[in-house]
Ligand binder design. Sequence first.
Ligand code: G4P
Length: 287
Amino acid sequence: MTIKWYPGHMSKALEQISELVRKIDVIIEVLDARLPFSSSNHLLEQVRRNKPCIKVLNKNDLADPAVTRAWVQHFQKASGVRALPLVAKNIPEAKNLVKLIKQVCPNRGNPGYPIRTMVVGIPNVGKSTLINTLAGKSIAKVGDKPAVTLKPQQIDLRNGILLFDTPGLLWPVMDDQGGAYRLAASGAIGANALDYTNVGVFAAAYMMRRYPELLKERYKLDELPELPYEMVEAVGRCLGCLMTGGVVDVHRAAETFLRELRAGKAGRISFEEPGTPADIEAELLKM
Ligand code: G4P
C-alpha cells in the first residue's frame, strides 16, 4: 500500500506562510475537530514568529464533544494560542471567532489599523467554508484559480478585520501510519491515497474499541463480531452491499461505512486515539 506524500510541497507552503506571517497579526489555524492533533501541522509552530494563533476546531457538529473539550483545554495551555470549536457554515459561531480575533488583538481593529489575519490548514478541514462565512460571500478556492496568482488580495470583512483571501495550505505530517489512517477515515486524505477496504477495516477496529454502542445501534447488532473485517461485512449486510449470491461486497461496504462515519450517521465521533491530549501529542512528536 502506498501513501502519496508531498514533502516538497510542504516545505514550499511553509516558506510562503512564513513570509505572509510577517504581515499579519493573528493566524487562524483550521483543524478538523475530529482529529485535533492529526489534522494539524506542528511545523507551523516554527514559522509562527510568536504571532497569536487561534486554533479553530471545525466540524464540531461531527466530533465527540468530550474529546473536543479536552483538546481545547490542552491547546490553550500554549502561550499565545486560543482554541475555538465551531461549525464553519454557522454564522453566529463564525461571529464568535470574530470576537475572539478582536480579543486577541486589542490594539488593532480601528479605522486605519485593521487586524490582518490569514487562514491556514490542511486540505478538507473547512478553510474555504469558513472564509466564505466570514466574508458573507463565495470566494474562489486557491485551487480554483489560474496558476499565475497576482499579489494576494485581502478581503475587508468590514468589521475591522482584513483577511488574506489565499488560504495557506499545509500538509499533515504523517509520521505514523495510524495518523494516515485516521486522516483517511475522516476524509482528509483522498480516496486514492489508501485502499478503501483497509481504511474501512481500520475504522471498524477503532469504532469497535471506542464507540461499540454506536455501531450496535446504527447497524442493528445485538453483539459486535470479533474481527474488524467481520464488522465491515456486518455493515455491508445491514446496508445491502451485496453481490450475486448474497455475498457481501466488502469494498463497497467499506466505502459506504466510511461515508456514513464521515457524515456523522453513526453519531458524533472523534478519530484521535484515546488518552490525554498531552500524552498523545508527546507520543506522536517522538516519532
Ligand atoms: P478546505 O477549504 O479546507 O479544503 O475545505 P472546504 O471548505 O472545501 O470543506 C471541505 C468539506 O467539509 C466540504 O464538504 C464542506 O462542506 C465540509 N465542511 C466544512 N465545514 C464543515 C463543518 O463545520 N461541518 C461539516 N459537517 N462539514 C463541514 P464537501 O462534501 O467536500 O463539499 P460540499 O458538497 O459540502 O460543498
